[in-house]
Design a protein. Sequence first.
Length: 512
Amino acid sequence: MKKTTLFLSLFLGMALFQLQAQNISRSNADDMPGAVSTLAASPAISKILPRQNPQRPTSGANVQRLPSIIFTSCPSNITVDAEAGTCAATVTYPEPTTDAPCTPAGGPELNLPTPFNTNNGQRGIMFDITATNEITIERFDCNLYSGTTANYEIYYKAGTHVGFENDGAAWTKVGPTVSITSLGNNVATPIPIDVDVVIPAGQRYAFYITNDFGGGTNYTDGTAVGNLLASDANLSVYEGVGKSYPFGLTFTVRNFNGIIYYREGGCAATITQTMGLGSGASFPVGTTTETYVADDGAGNTATCSFTVTVEDNEAPNALCQNLTVQLNAGGAAAITVNDVDGGSTDNCGIASLNVAPNSFDCGDVATTPPPTDLFISEYIEGSSDNKALEIFNGTGASVDLSDYELFISRNGGSTTSVIALSGTLANGDVFVIANPGANSSILAVADATANNIDFTGDDAIALRLVGGGANVDIFGRIGQDPGSAWTGGGLSTQNQTLRRKSTVTSGITTNP
């Protein structure tokens, strides 16, 4: 009877002690210095919650590579327009990535501890690890709030955590969410989540260990995010930040209290581009097939293929020149494309040029019809202010110039001017308008002057009906900036005096 009483007393004492331990924790589990519970694990609690330290086999029947490797991301087919004035386009796409499912690398399990000297805590801790040699991170032990049980999660991402502290979409969760009971403050509590993240040599990866609202993660105030916290021959761990759950408030600077378990080597796949051009390259017009092959080094491969199509949607620029054909003694003549081509261009090169009709006989001979409207008969674009335009009236009757205006479009239309005209222009006569700063020989024949007669070789000019009406004649191309001048047939619109041929009887009424 005494023995039974002693056993019940001991059992009740242990149960009471455990219950008290579960209720002793930080107030509100906030990141507040000095809020750490001083309760330490007793032998009784250690027996109730034995420390788990699973070891993985490194060889034998239990170590197997899964039979496949997959691309976790492979770009979709891409279609873009060629860049203006070119026959190609620069195309940037996200690099394909793989998941090489396999057991961690062989060899003994190694570990790197950080100091267990907590003076602060929150729901989670976020920090970076760099690999000197390729390693596989297997699992973690952590310093958890004493007397608490909570659900724990582990996340990781390639690259640093800095700048991604609140971006949950940038992180990948590893393994399941697990319920863990703390072994006490400043005591290593295993987190039984298989991490199996391979860090290639020289690469930096970030990890985020956190729990829900039932527990907390002990850590220590640090000095600067990114400062070295601990290292060995294979890896280095750096000072990071504390976090509220999940991806919530950030507390800097905080140091991870825990142990990092890893093995040397890993199963990261090698990705090789076997066809096509790399991201950021200049792709020609047409379809280019991009192919990537992933190899995990164990005989498993995967292929990612997609196409990049560059379309040429820019119309060619057809420029023609007037031509007078002389019939031979037999009353026939023929012309070629080169006879009328005035410098046609296309961003991808001209595939073909055709001219029709290309043969003539006596039936094609015709008298020159009289002009039906005014047109620009001379263009003077000299240095400084030596600028002038000549307008010809060959309609057979006098014309009231107030029905017309000059429109000047500079540099593709960045600035424009409208110049009103006045007076009467007799049939067979010309009207000259010049810049008032032109030389005396130009001003001597000018009928009017205007400061806006200040065009250069890359400015378009239109003679049109007053009030922005229909175009009567166009010089250049409205809305286009050719750079410094339009050229064609050996001529240029810069620093030139250009006169209309005597055979011309009408202006250009449609913007070329």
